[in-house]
Design a protein around this ligand. Structure first.
Ligand code: ATP
Ligand code: MG
Length: 265
């Protein structure tokens, strides 16, 4: 029994993609995130849930140093990606964000063509050697984002001319075009209709084969459908983290139970 537990733990340790310890965030005087410890697994979808203002986006933004762009934000603690400190002085945040990509709540295509939106990352990071290679990356990314068939004949048209659901899939294609290792998604379906939501959810499940995916969602059903791990945040604290099925069926903290049964939120 004991031996089995040791083996299990060893497997889990190898599978850790991001390891956060003692992460705190202040916005000026406001203490938005308190002492968060969490290990995010590779090839796993991790859902962040919790009431509005509890710090989900704040913590997500710590994972690719997007908070660096918020002047009043102060981040402390340690975040390791594959064992390397992402806040080390030698880490270039732009390079980091190619590895840890992000998709936002509101689709935000650049005011460029569909093609150029997806080609943007590979171009600035010099990931392809010629036009043929770039074409391949653009096509593969759009296919993975389940958008290729809808746009293959209009790649030179503006990305902002797509429907909301298509724009969000375009942003996903743009994020995966740099072959990130981790994909952070902050409420990626909140502006989408049920059909586009279902497409994006299916896509998230497929992306898990190649990446570690972290998704913030206000939909408990969505968290239950797409994730294997769930973290519940409340008032800046990470209250509970574990296997999604267990969090939803037998939460160990009364605050988690209140939230998932709709008593707080
Ligand atoms: N740029 C900022 N400046 C000051 N305070 C901020 C800033 N961004 C977030 N906060 C504060 O930090 C706390 C956590 O915010 P955060 O956006 O992380 O919450 P959230 O859990 O993502 O909420 P929601 O579900 O509404 O998106 C909130 O009290 C918020 O007002
Ligand atoms: Mg948020």
């Amino acid at each position: 029994m004991n031996d089995m537990r040791i083996v299990e733990r060893a497997v889990e340790t190898r599978n850790i993609k991001i390891s956060a310890r003692g992460v705190q965030v202040h916005y000026g005087d406001k203490h938005a995130l308190r002492d968060v410890d969490v290990d995010i697994l590779d090839n796993t979808v991790t859902a962040f849930i919790g009431p509005s203002g509890c710090g989900k986006s704040t913590f997500l933004r710590c994972l690719n140093r997007m908070n660096d762009t918020v002047a009043v934000a102060k981040v402390s603690g340690t975040i390791l990606l594959d064992g390397e400190d992402i806040y080390d002085r030698r880490v270039d945040p732009v390079q980091l964000r190619a590895k840890v990509g992000m998709v936002f709540q509101k689709p935000n295509p650049f005011p460029k063509s569909i093609y150029d939106n997806v080609a943007y990352g590979p171009r600035i990071h010099g990931l392809t050697r010629n036009k043929a290679e770039l074409d391949e990356v653009v096509e593969a990314s759009l296919r993975k984002a389940a958008l290729w068939n809808e746009v293959k004949d209009r790649l030179q048209e503006g990305g902002t001319g797509l429907s909301g659901g298509q724009q969000q899939r375009l942003c996903i294609a743009r994020a995966i075009a740099t072959s990130p290792e981790v994909l952070l998604m902050d409420e990626p379906c909140s502006a989408l209709d049920p059909i586009a939501t279902a497409q994006v959810e299916e896509l998230i499940d497929e992306l898990r084969a190649s990446f570690s995916v972290v998704i913030v969602t206000h939909s408990m059903q969505q968290a239950a459908r797409v994730s294997q791990r769930t973290a519940f945040f409340h008032l800046g604290n990470l209250v509970e983290y574990g296997e999604t099925g267990a969090i939803f069926t037998k939460p160990s903290d009364p605050r988690t139970e209140s939230y998932i049964t709709g008593r707080i939120g």
